[in-house]
Design a protein around this ligand. Structure first.
Ligand code: NAP
Length: 279
């Protein structure tokens, strides 16, 4: 029998997940279909009951449900618990388990551009302290990076996140402080929405003092090259956009549902085509 998967969110109309997952199902000859479901906050609980009732095999969860959905699940994976958000649900015989594949998806995509660098030797600056930053922060800590500092407009939010874990690898900085020490990092990661369509002219922090060969990574993928990445490229840095994070988080979710790791290149080309550009 055909299995049903989907994504829930509000809004959900622009989601590219159905195209990505349906192409992966078809390329593997799997009897499965993936749909987008518009679920408003007041219908979240009944939507999750519907997952059990209808036997929907798995879900992705997006804004605004990543935190609120957790209380309706039977089990939460330890990394998702630390992050405090779930983006993937697996339904095994009526038992719903929540995972977070955003951070590990990001880490996998970052590894594609590391070349001769090793994460455990890298000093990293993470800009932002919102939901995406939390997922990436805890996933990078699991990799055992050398230093992982956080800079945020509201510095108290960065401090709170740093204080959640006991290691001394991290400190919180203001955006201005981070600009002053930008040349001390191997990798810079923007997790804020600054530079995302339609605010194409904004950048999160100045790259004036960035070193050549620093990896400059922006988790935004619309546009695929933000103004910040363009400036980084002009400075001789290695640039990395958010397309890989989106595709890898989807691929890891796909594997949790089906036991099969899908072809990343097929999934990437679907999204690249939808965004009308090159990755
Ligand atoms: P969020 O929880 O709302 O966090 C937003 C972050 O951006 C906060 O740190 C906020 O700082 C900062 N920020 C927003 N506007 C700012 C401004 N004008 N100046 C300075 N800082 C500003 O959002 P999120 O869920 O983490 O998502 C953030 C971005 O990541 C979005 O662009 C989203 O599309 C992207 N994303 C990409 C993927 C992917 O697969 N590639 C996955 C998830 C998210 P304050 O704390 O000071 O407000």
């Amino acid at each position: 029998m055909e299995k049903l998967y989907g994504v829930i969110g509000d809004p959900i109309g622009q989601s590219m997940s159905p195209d990505m997952h349906n192409t992966a199902f078809q390329s593997l000859g799997l009897q499965a279909v993936y749909k987008a479901f518009h679920v408003t906050p007041e219908r979240l609980q009944s939507a999750i009951e519907g997952v059990r009732g209808l036997g929907i095999a798995g879900l992705n969860v997006t804004i605004p449900h990543k935190i609120s959905v957790m209380k309706y699940l039977d089990e939460i994976d330890p990394l998702a618990s630390k992050i405090g958000a779930v983006n993937t649900i697996v339904n095994k015989n009526g038992k719903l388990t929540g995972y977070n594949t955003d951070g590990i998806g990001y880490v996998n995509s970052l590894k594609e551009v590391l070349i001769d660098k090793k994460l455990e030797n890298c000093s990293i600056l993470l800009i932002g302290a919102g939901g995406a930053a939390r997922a990436i922060y805890f996933s990078l800590l699991e990799e055992g990076v050398a230093r992982l500092d956080l800079a945020n407009r509201t510095v108290e939010k960065a401090e709170a996140l740093v204080n959640e874990q006991l290691s001394s690898q991290s400190r919180a900085l203001s955006l201005a402080e981070a600009e002053g020490v930008i040349n001390t990092y191997d990798i810079l990661i923007n997790t804020t929405s600054i530079g995302m369509y339609p605010n194409l002219e904004e950048i999160p922090i100045s790259l004036e003092n960035v070193n050549e060969n620093t990896i400059v990574s922006d988790i935004i993928y619309n546009p695929m090259q933000t103004k910040w990445l363009k400036e980084a490229n002009d400075k001789g840095a290695i640039t990395h956009n958010g397309l890989g994070m989106f595709v890898f988080q989807g691929a890891i979710a796909f594997e949790k549902w089906t036991g099969i790791y899908p072809d990343i290149d097929i999934m990437k080309s679907v999204i690249t085509r939808k965004l009308g550009g090159i990755s």
